[in-house]
Structure formats: C-alpha cells, structure tokens
Design a protein. Structure first.
Length: 264
C-alpha cells in the first residue's frame, strides 16, 4: 500500500479551525487520525461518520467542502477520520473496512445515546459497505455517494489497476477489502440506505446501477443527470443537501431508530 499509494499518502494537512482532533487505534493496529465537529443544536439528532474519497486531502475533503457546517446546523455531530496511510494515520494492516468498523465502535462509545449514520464518498463508501457486511458494527443508516462497483474499474490501467484486479479476484479479496460491492449486498431490509450517483459516473455502469436498484430498492438509488463522479454535490447543491438531510432525518425519527448488526 505504501508503494502503490505513495502520492496520496504523502500529504499532511492541518485542516480547519474548530475541529477537535483525536487518534483512535484500528482493529489492525493502525493509528487513525480523526476530527470531530460538534453540533450546537441541543439536543443533537445523531452523529454522522464521514468516510472520505481516495484523495490526498483525506477527511479534509469533507471539511473543505463544508459538509460539517450544514450537517451540524441540522443537529448532527460530525466525525471525520483518515483511512490508514492517509494524512497522519499509520499503516498496520490491509483492510480499509477495518477502519470503518473501528471508528463506528468509537463513535457509538462516544455518543452512546445517539444514532450513528455513515456517509461515504466514493472509496469511503466502498469500504463502508464492506464494513457493514462484517456484522461487527451497527449504523442507523448508510448513505453512499458515487460508490464504485469494483476497485479494478476505479483504479483503471497501469500497475495499480493490475494489482487491484488481481487482488479483487484472489483469495485475498476479503482480507484486503477489494471485492466488488455486490459481494457485500444486499443490505438488511431494515437498514435505511441511499445511493447517489451522477449519470455519467465512469466507475459504475447503468447495468450495475439497475442491479443495485434490484438489490436495495428502487427508491434507494438516485441518479443526477449530466454529471460525473462526485459531481452531484456541485451540479445540484440544493437537491444534494436536501436529499441527504431528508434521508438522515427520516432515518433518525422516533426513539426507536433503525440500527442493525449481523448476528450470523
């Protein structure tokens, strides 16, 4: 991982003022750097765990684009973290899904009375789905923006793409978290889910989007026309925020919010 992702892993940023930094140890021993932005709305409605895309800014991609501000204004505490190797997080394992499991547990322990939602973007959504499939952490809902169907298509050609294609079809696919998303689907029927895509996203085909609708429900998949990967946020900012907040509010409504953990 250090060799393949060196250009991405090399960035060390300090982030925005107002964030409360923390470090948590992942299940594989990696030290994961994170930051909390606390909502001033009382009582808080829940917590949103952000799983960042495959970009050098790591968790700060969300903060730089202001997710923390509008989520906090709506009453949600926000938790961001850098996957292993990104930012100041260390590398002591292979599976990024383990990082989501560890931060899910940390978030539950920190706010035991609040529902915890996971919002993943691209690479982060990919590994969030695999984390849910392990059954070792529970979320009130899962929201995926531009999740790629496979790592092979995401990384494309070249050495990295060849390595990812090889791993995703090998016996190491589960351990490295490189298996296609459909290996971690369908989701449990009582776990609220929302998938957002641009109509021109190169990392998932129309047939795969249709298959996702079949597995997770037609109303759970929204496609925004004439925009690509992670572009709905820019092309349709009002509709994008509204879809996320409406989904979170619906998933949080009532004391008996949805939460799921696999028992088998």
């Amino acid at each position: 991982m250090r060799t393949l992702f060196k250009p991405v892993f090399g960035w060390r940023g300090d982030g925005l003022a107002g964030l409360e930094p923390f470090v948590h140890t992942s299940t594989d021993g990696s030290w994961l750097a994170g930051a909390v932005y606390t909502s001033r709305r009382m009582p808080a409605r829940g917590v949103v765990l952000l799983c960042h895309p495959f970009l050098k800014y790591g968790m700060h991609w969300f903060f730089n684009h202001g997710y923390h501000a509008w989520l906090a204004d709506a009453g949600y505490h926000v938790v961001g973290f850098d996957f292993k190797g990104f930012g100041r997080s260390t590398v002591d394992g292979m599976s990024f899904a383990e990082d989501v499991v560890a931060l899910g547990e940390w978030t539950h322990d920190t706010w035991p009375g609040l529902p915890v939602h996971v919002l993943g973007a691209s690479f982060g959504a990919f590994h969030a789905l695999h984390a849910i499939a392990t059954g070792r952490t529970a979320f009130a809902s899962v929201l995926c923006d531009s999740v790629p169907a496979t790592v092979a298509r995401f990384f494309g050609g070249g050495v990295t793409g060849a390595v990812m294609r090889g791993m995703s079809t090998s016996r190491w696919a589960d351990a490295t978290g490189t298996r296609p998303i459909f290996r971690s689907l369908p989701l449990p029927h009582d776990l609220p889910r929302l998938f957002l895509f641009g109509g021109d996203d190169p990392f998932i085909t129309q047939a795969e989007v249709a298959h996702l609708r079949d597995l997770c429900g037609a109303s759970s998949v929204r496609v925004y026309p004439d925009c690509g990967h992670l572009d709905a946020r820019k092309a349709f900012p009002g509709a994008y925020r509204g879809a996320i907040l409406d989904f979170l509010d619906h998933s949080t409504s009532g004391k008996d919010y949805h939460s799921w953990i696999r028992t088998q």
